[in-house]
Every structure is written in C-alpha cells, then in structure tokens.
Write a protein that binds this ligand. Structure first.
Ligand SMILES: CCC[C@H]1O[C@@H](n2cnc3c(N)ncnc32)[C@H](O)[C@@H]1O
Length: 483
C-alpha cells in the first residue's frame, strides 16, 4: 500500500489533476488561476469558513438546511426561498445520487427529463453536469455562503468544479463518504481521493483563500455511538490538516439522550483540537456541526416538528457552531420548499430562545464526556500503532481489523461486528464491540448501563434491543421498550 498520510507534492497533485478534469466535459471549465482570481473576489459574508469562524467567536449556532433540485433556475429559487422565508444562515446544494456515483451520463438524462417534465426528476443538484458556468450562476444568484453536501466516494471533479464556482465548503471524507455510502469502494482508494480534495483546498489556502471542509459526522445515522463518529471525524480532520486545510467543521448526528449528545459535541471539539495540536497543526479553526435526528422520522408533521425542535435545542445547549435542519417531510422524501423552510423556522425559533444558554456541567455530563474521549482514544491509539505511526495506513488496517466499526455500514470494507443499543436513559452504548480495543473498564461501563435496561425491562440484553431502538423514534419514543 503506497498510501501515506503525507501532503501531496505539487507534482503529485497536478499530475492527478489532468485525469480528474477529463472525467466529464465540464472539467475543462476549471482554470485554477482564473478560479483563484474568482474566489478572491468572494465577499466575506459569502465565505463559508469566515462565517463559521465568526459564529464560533460569537458563540452562536447557525442553521443550515439540505436542498437540491435538478435545474439551475429552480435550484436558485429554492435556495433564495430558504434564505428569505426560512431564515437559513448557510446554504447547501445537496448533490444528486448519480453525481455521487460519478454517473454523469445518467445525470444528463435526468436533467433533460426534468426539463421535459417541468419538475426535478433528480434527488439533488447535478453540480458536475452544470459545470462551473452553472454553479457560478447559482453562487452569484444567492446571498449566503454555499456548500456542496452529498455522499460521494470520489468527489475530486465535483470539488474542482464547486470550488472554482465560489462555493467555499465541501462536505465529506475518505471514511464518512465511503462506509455509509458505498458497497465496494476500498478505504485506501477513498482516503487517497479525499487527500486530493483536501490538497485542492490546501492549494487555495496557500493562495490566501479560506475554504471549509466538513467530514460527514452522522455516518449511517443509525445508533452510531458518539465515540465511533468522533473517531472518524478526528481522523478526517487530521488527514485534511496534513493536506493544508485550515477550516474544519467536525460533526455528529443526534442520538437523542440530551446529556450524551451535548457531551459528544463538547468531546468532539476538544479532542479534535487536542489531536490537531498534538500533530503540529496549530493554525486550524475547528467548528462543530450537530445534525438533527438522522434516523426514522414520524410521518405526522406535528410530531416531526417535535423531533426538529429537540435537535435544535440540543445543538444550542451544546454550543454547536452549526445545526443541520430536518423537515416535516423527512418521513416522506424530498421536502417541498415550504416544508424545508418551516424546518428552518422552527429550528431558529428554538435556537433564538436558547441564545446564550448552555447545558451546565454536571457529574453526568462530565462522565459522558470522559467516556467518549476515553473510547475515542482507545481506537486512535490502536490506529497509530497498527499504522506504524501513519494515520492513513492505520485507518485502512483499522477497518480491515474492526478497530473502527460503523454500525449498519453497507461497505464490505467495514467489519460489521459492532452492535449498539440504548441504555435505560436512551444513551447509545456498545452492545457488542467486535474487535474495538476498549479497555476492560470501558467494556464494563457499557455492559453495566445495558444491564440496567435489561433489568428494568425484564429482558435479556441482546440484539432485540437494537432492533426495537431502530424503530422507536418513528413510533414516537426514544427507547424501544418491549411492547
Ligand atoms: C445524509 C443526508 C440525509 C438527509 O438528506 C435529506 N436530503 C437528501 N436529498 C435532499 C434534497 N434534494 N433536498 C432536501 N433534503 C434532502 C434527506 O431528507 C435526509 O434528511
């Protein structure tokens, strides 16, 4: 394996670039020097990294929706509606599934069919097919910073096009956009491809242009224990920093127990900064993003607003820099612009009412922060050990061996021996740890918390708890109690 956690040299980067830009005709629209000049004229209020850094300094939580449709003018109308009517602080362009699989031919069919049908027949914005011209038109027609959100194992061409278009943030990473999104793409390949995306950002940073990178926190969004999502976020932050990224937003998907969720964000921010400093990356601005509940939603829209408001409140009480907003159409599918805007409004109402408030430190909160950090450290120590000190090599081996193991990941490169379940307070614990190298103390802690639930419910601690928990929220409860 010649993968190394080493900054790509200019020669390595530019030799790869030829092939990347040749993958679709719109790649020819990317001219790096011209893109630098274009990015230099992006006003501060439309720069994602700058707006996040400002929010961190002011201690405010920004609200960002997901949104994407097939055609440029409709996409612009949607984004401006979410800004003006919804009150979004940051804008996405959620990229369609064909683009995520680099299937640009099918994207083109989707675009052509959408034009004929007069409505979006893609589940997102096909940024590569619209090219720099189209993506710049979107950027120039909105008034907020713009970010690509997707799930693309090989995002190299998409990154080239969106950044050249003034979009100053890209979501994703070599683990977080592989294991939850692909069945058969090797971790080695996606780590390498995302080194390219990060090196591109590093190149722009060297030209004085701030661009934000955001590892995808929630992963499979299904009972992912905080230390599992945090370890992935920290790995991707370190790999990005090595390529010259200076603005990193690490993320976490709401699990539902308030204290554990606040602890997850606090541990994530502190431990990411600690590891960046430990490995010499002293000039990286770390921000956090809290994703509102990523699991099954209630169909009833009023109940959905309950879930959305709890997520908004948790993000505010945790002091997250950003919260990703869900909509009352979550259980149905792609939201209408009205439903999308209403999710943002509910979110901002909760955030505004909680302005300046944080969940106070308590012995329970301190315990959860310490447990998450200790679990995360067990995995990271092992990764560096099996990688012979190289994080990228260690990460590939960690997935082969199940040192890091993401629950319900479709990837064949994920061992899949770890299984989570909620304890009696709804906190997500490790029911089965597979090959995750936890200390005995941590294994006992997780077991004891689950035994408490078993005792309370009068049943065995087993996989049925996991199954019941998966369906619980959709049925209006957090914990999947036996029926
Ligand atoms: C990992 C992201 C999953 C979430 O991403 C939302 N999502 C996906 N595609 C779109 C879109 N085109 N417009 C608005 N939301 C979208 C889903 O609803 C889900 O919540």
């Amino acid at each position: 394996m010649n993968l190394k956690n080493k900054k790509l040299t200019d020669e390595q980067f530019f030799s790869l670039r030829e092939e990347v830009l040749s993958q679709w005709p719109t790649g020819k629209e990317v001219d790096l020097q011209e893109a630098v000049d274009y990015l230099k004229q992006v006003p501060e209020e439309k720069n994602f990294a700058i707006k996040l850094e400002k929010a961190k300094k002011e201690g405010v939580t920004l609200a960002q929706p997901r949104a994407g449709v097939a055609l440029i003018d409709e996409h612009i109308e949607l984004l401006n509606y979410l800004d003006k009517e919804g009150g979004a602080d940051l804008l996405p362009s959620t990229i369609d599934s064909y683009t995520r699989q680099n299937r640009y031919n099918e994207c083109q069919v989707g675009i052509d069919e959408s034009i004929k049908a007069g409505r979006s027949l893609l589940n997102g914005f096909p940024g590569v097919n619209h090219g720099v011209k189209g993506c710049r038109k979107v950027f120039e027609s909105v008034n907020l910073p713009l970010q690509a959100r997707h799930g693309t194992p090989d995002s190299r061409l998409l990154a080239e096009i969106i950044h050249a278009s003034g979009w100053t943030s890209n979501e994703g990473g070599g683990i977080s956009y592989n294991i939850p999104y692909a069945k058969a793409v090797s971790v080695e390949k996606t780590l390498r491809d995302w080194q390219y995306c990060d090196r591109l950002v590093g190149f722009y940073e060297e030209q004085g242009i701030k661009i934000n990178r955001e590892p995808f926190g929630p992963l499979t969004g299904t009972l992912v224990p905080p230390s599992t999502s945090n370890v992935v976020a920290i790995i991707e932050a370190l790999l990005a920093a090595e390529q010259g990224v200076k603005s990193i937003t690490v993320g976490y998907g709401q699990c539902g127990n308030l204290i554990q969720d606040v602890a997850a964000i606090r541990a994530l921010e502190e431990q990411t900064e600690q590891y960046l400093k430990k490995y010499g990356y002293n000039d990286v601005v770390v921000t956090t993003v809290f994703h509102q509940w990523m699991g099954g939603f209630p169909e009833d829209e009023s109940k959905a607003f309950g879930v959305i408001s709890l997520g908004a409140s948790t993000a505010a009480l945790a002091g997250a820099t950003k919260v990703i907003v869900k909509t009352p159409h979550e259980a149905i599918g792609i939201p209408t612009k009205e439903a999308n805007a209403s999710g943002i409004k509910a979110t901002k109402m909760a955030i505004n009412l909680l302005e300046g408030q944080r969940l106070a430190m308590s012995k329970e909160l301190e315990l959860e922060i310490n447990v998450i950090k200790a679990e995360t450290k067990c995995m990271l120590d092992k990764i560096f050990e099996i990688g012979g000190g190289d994080l990228a090599i260690g990460t590939v081996k960690a997935f082969e061996q199940g040192v890091v193991d993401i629950p319900f990941g479709p990837s064949k490169y994920n061992l899949g021996k770890m299984m989570p379940a909620r304890d009696n307070n709804g906190a997500v614990r490790y029911l089965m740890t597979g090959n995750i190298p936890f200390s005995k103390e941590l294994l006992d802690f997780n077991r004891e918390r689950l035994e408490e639930r078993g005792k309370y419910e009068g049943r065995e601690v087993d996989f049925q708890m996991t199954v019941d928990d998966i369906f619980a929220v959709g049925k209006g409860k957090l914990i999947g109690r036996p029926e």
